[in-house]
Design a protein around this ligand. Structure first.
Ligand code: KG4
Ligand code: ZN
Length: 341
């Protein structure tokens, strides 16, 4: 098809982002991708504060868009459509993005495309790899945990997901329990390297139940219980205790993710497994998932980490796919705090 140049906007959580993506016969090129984080604003509160996030998005979106256009070396006159995350996410931030996108679309006379944030994550492997539909997608991050069959830019079948915490959230909580720094995932992985995974017997939540749903909050509680028993017995934790707990936790997460993914791959019969999200950076987990794909005779695709975390290039890419499929929205495009795939 023809070449499309799409401006994307993302503001559904704590990153304010804008990007310009060009898609043509040769593939997709990211001309610019600006991400303005807010973690410094929320650090003191131990989590994202919705009101602070909304105000920061409203202040920074404009800057992000201007920088993205500048870096890409284009003006709005060269943009073919504007794509914006319309949900799910924190309503204030999503609203800020949708309102700005409408303003730009109306002012420049551009088509407007509302993008589901989870769809943007799920389509990411196609941005960097020649990956045909359908494929099985495992999305594992600090906020998400889903197994989806992806059949098209708007065709997803959800096979399972977490019923409580996301795995990254569990890594972060375990790190906090053991006095390790945030983000917890890399810290726990570092400790686990020197640990013995079999000293502590941790549960394998939901593994004995059919289906592809997952659970991680019980695992975190089990780590807490072991920690408190050690403290009661010996007055504190040794470096080795900490390493062994991390190794046991990581092994449990890897095992349940691998087994549920194995089931989902069998159920979907998709020829490829794509894994995305911050937790996919974990070497033990990645290795377990690669083995699952290999055992099933499926291809394994992992997009680069900088595209797995929140950014607007993936929103622009999803927008391009939707636009080619004939989708665009009117000025009545709504911000949807909840928007299941
Ligand atoms: O996708 P992501 O960057 O952000 C969102 O969730 O939006 O994921 C961040 C999560 C954090 O919870 C972090 O602890 C986890 O991914 N993470 C890891 C590793 N690196 C990051 N978890 C396990 N092992 C890692 N090496
Ligand atoms: Zn996200």
């Amino acid at each position: 098809g023809e070449t499309l140049t799409i401006l994307g906007l993302e503001s559904s959580c704590d990153d304010t982002a804008a990007a310009v993506v060009r898609q043509g016969a040769a593939g997709t090129e990211i001309l610019s991708s600006v991400v303005l984080g807010q973690s410094d604003l929320h650090a003191a509160f131990g989590g994202v504060v919705p009101e602070i996030a909304a105000r920061a998005h409203a202040e920074k979106l404009d800057i992000a868009v201007r920088r993205a256009l500048e870096t890409a070396g284009v003006t709005l006159a060269r943009i073919d459509a504007i794509a914006v995350t319309a949900g799910p996410g924190l309503i204030g931030g999503v609203l800020a993005g949708v309102m700005l996108a409408k303003g730009i679309a109306a002012g420049a006379g551009l088509p407007l495309i509302g993008v589901n944030h989870l769809a943007a994550h799920a389509l990411t492997p196609r941005l960097t790899h020649a990956l045909p539909y359908p494929y099985l997608m495992l999305l594992v991050s600090g906020g998400h945990c889903q197994l989806l069959t992806v059949r098209g830019p708007e065709a997803f079948t959800r096979l399972g997901g977490t019923i409580d915490d996301a795995p990254g959230e569990a890594f972060d909580k375990v790190a906090r329990l053991l006095g390790l720094p945030q983000p917890g995932g890399p810290a726990v992985e570092r400790e686990a390297a020197a640990g013995c995974a079999t000293r502590f017997a941790l549960p394998r939540p939901l593994l004995d139940r059919p289906g592809c749903d997952l659970s991680f909050s019980g695992l975190k509680t089990a780590v807490l219980r072991q920690r408190d028993m050690l403290i009661a017995e010996q007055g504190g934790l040794t470096r080795q205790d900490r390493a062994d707990l991390c190794a046991a936790f990581q092994a449990a997460v890897a095992e349940v993710l691998a087994e549920k993914t194995r089931r989902a791959l069998a159920a979907s019969a998709a020829p490829a497994l794509a894994v995305a999200g911050g937790v996919a950076a974990n070497a033990a987990i990645r290795a377990a998932l690669e083995r699952v794909a290999e055992d099933a005779g499926a291809a394994h695709v992992a997009p680069p980490l900088r595209l797995c975390t929140d950014n607007a290039a993936i929103v622009a890419y999803a927008g391009a796919e939707l636009f080619r499929a004939g989708r665009h929205d009117g000025m009545d495009l709504a911000a949807r705090p909840r928007w299941p795939l």
